[in-house]
Write a protein that binds this ligand. Structure first.
Ligand SMILES: [Fe+2]
Length: 265
């Protein structure tokens, strides 16, 4: 099982759309070259949550779909609007065929559980009791299938104070659910616009870089919010006989390595 993990494309619409859209397209091209089973994008899909921005996202995904077989699965972030996201992608494979920003997808030998940690009008995230109940039931129903959780807000501090100031408010409640179910092999998040790795509730939590702008690595208190034109990248989560059944995460640079949708190997 190969799952590509992209994040935070922050697509705008209008005159500023070209750069972020091209960056997402390039990252999707890299996943096509890797012949992944699925792609998940962990939120902040667009910048302001407008229907026009989701139309830009649809255009990028539709173009990519002509050259890749893997479904591109979408999670909501604090810059998204769940209603507009569902209006644009409900009933399509991008939301697992359903009409919710919380859904489950079967992958080869694993399950992906997508959660919506966005709270309208605020940067910090929260899952809430209803989603945690759903998650607990999903994990209990498939105890022997490795599970990867995907949400926007990381469930641990990442050491960058301006980002830790808008973290996942009920991370403790999520930790209780995850710790009950040993098949959770990864918690996949975004929000940080950098690659990070941390232990969480007996498993491993990671954040993927942004396909567009990386956050300033400012570890000081109070810290400053800043975003840089650093190289982007993606994470590749591998879980199969080649890894002995372990989940291994590869950090994959994008720009320097990937022509757009190269011919198949
Ligand atoms: Fe973001």
């Amino acid at each position: 099982m190969l799952l590509a993990h992209l994040s935070d494309p922050h697509l705008p619409s209008g005159a500023l759309a070209a750069g972020p859209a091209r960056a997402l397209h390039t990252a999707l091209g890299r996943t096509a070259a890797l012949d992944v089973d699925a792609v998940v994008v962990t939120g902040d899909l667009v910048d302001r949550g407008t229907p026009q921005e989701y139309a830009v996202l649809r255009e990028v995904l539709d173009d990519a779909a002509r050259s890749m077989r893997a479904p591109v699965l979408l999670a909501a972030g604090n810059h998204d609007d769940a209603d507009a996201l569902v209006a644009a992608f409900g009933g399509t494979p991008h939301l697992g065929g359903g009409a919710s920003t919380r859904y489950a997808v079967d992958l080869p030998g694993a399950r992906l559980l997508v959660l919506d940690s966005a709270v309208r009008g605020q940067g910090a995230g929260r899952l809430g009791a209803e989603q945690l109940t759903w998650l607990r039931a999903e994990l209990a129903a498939h105890p022997d299938t490795p599970a990867l959780l995907a949400l926007h807000h990381p469930p641990t501090p990442v050491g960058v104070p301006f980002l830790d100031g808008m973290g996942l408010e009920d991370a403790g409640a999520l930790a209780v659910v995850v710790a009950e179910h040993r098949q959770v092999v990864r918690v996949l998040a975004g929000h940080v616009h950098r690659s990070t790795t941390a232990a969480f509730a007996g498993t491993v939590a990671v954040t993927a870089p942004s396909t567009w702008r990386q956050s300033a690595l400012d570890l000081t208190v109070p810290g400053r919010m800043g975003y840089l034109d650093e190289p982007s990248g993606l994470l590749l989560h591998q879980l199969d006989e080649r890894t002995g059944g372990l989940c291994v995460t590869h950090a994959v640079p994008v720009e320097a390595a990937a022509p757009l949708f190269p011919v198949p190997r």
